[in-house]
Design a protein around this ligand. Sequence first.
Ligand SMILES: Cc1cc2nc3c(=O)[nH]c(=O)nc-3n(C[C@H](O)[C@H](O)[C@H](O)COP(=O)(O)OP(=O)(O)OC[C@H]3O[C@@H](n4cnc5c(N)ncnc54)[C@H](O)[C@@H]3O)c2cc1C
Length: 362
Amino acid sequence: MPTTDIAIREGVPLAPLTTLGVGGNARFFVAARSVAEVEQAVAFVRTRGLDLFVLGGGSNLVVSDAGFPGLVLQIAIDEIHGIDGTDEIEESGHQAPIGFHVGAGVNWDEFVAVSVARGCGGVECLSGIPGSVGGTPVQNVGAYGQEVSETIASVLAYDLAEHRVRELTKSECAFGYRSSIFNSTQHGRYIVLRVTYELHLGVEPALRYADLQKHFAGSERKPTLAEVREAVLKIRAVKGMLLSPGDPDSRSAGSFFKNPVISSEEFDRLSRKAAERRLKVPSYPALSQKNKISAAWLVENSGFHKGYAKGTVGISSKHALAIVNRGGATAADVIALRNEIQAGVERTWGVELESEPVFVGF
Ligand SMILES: Cc1cc2nc3c(=O)[nH]c(=O)nc-3n(C[C@H](O)[C@H](O)[C@H](O)COP(=O)(O)OP(=O)(O)OC[C@H]3O[C@@H](n4cnc5c(N)ncnc54)[C@H](O)[C@@H]3O)c2cc1C
């Protein structure tokens, strides 16, 4: 075993480290506060031949009731550095972007608050999303018309295949809708250590989403970044999408299902089926030839209403896509409800819903 000064603990309960609050123990657990500590943790799993799971804020996870039999490594690198604070306007009239190097362990919303306070736009619509900065590139976090892929310049990561720290460019990350190399082609290969975001001073906030536009309708002037952040936080709270200890609807892993992206032919078929029931499929164009359709609409029109309860689990009373732990739920309870919803949507609409959270220890 390598000499190590990191404090590796055994038998650590994982449920309290997740927002959904289900699942068993980690056989081994350690929180790493620096790149050197990450490297020590990697050496520990190598020497013992253990599996590794990298934990951020635990807001997108379902941990199995059996727990995780290897080492759970929580990334706790928590520094934020501005690259240079460049304020000059370039000859083109555009302001040079301001770069922020943000440690993977920084709480995401704390970083959003810092950037908005500095007058930098680009992530204001992503206010209130739980979890860590290191988790954001993994599924290309997005909300209210913004995605982190618009502002991520590069990702510093430990490469478990080549045993070295590497800087990945934005194009190497291959971001898509709720996807990147980190959760697809290179799943399990990289430990995100730091993310560099490029934000812009003095830009107008993004008001691309109907709920946000409605919020500011009638206002005589353009809202500030801070006002948009406040509006997003309010809208999220109404939907139970803001973590709040007093709100049982927020004991979830966020949206449990991705919005399906389907072909135009499939969309036409679905629209005809909906018309037979005097319904209209809400959609918005995604990729050129495809349509992204609302998973929430599919769920609600397959017999699963907001507030649907099944013993210890249920659907949030504020958001049709959030499966909530109503108290004392097990991972098996969550999976059973997930399966029931998927089967109902498939039966009613012939559409397969894909889960969004990451399943650990299954
Ligand atoms: C109430 C609520 C609302 C939400 N709203 C949204 C939303 O609007 N939009 C959205 O996109 N998501 C949303 N989510 C989901 C979740 O917040 C995001 O996916 C978040 O980015 C997960 O980050 P995390 O640090 O909690 O990651 P975890 O849940 O800890 O991990 C998720 C995955 O990322 C990996 N990972 C985490 N950190 C690292 C790292 N440093 N290096 C390598 N891999 C890592 C893990 O291994 C795992 O595979 C919501 C969740 C909740 C509970």
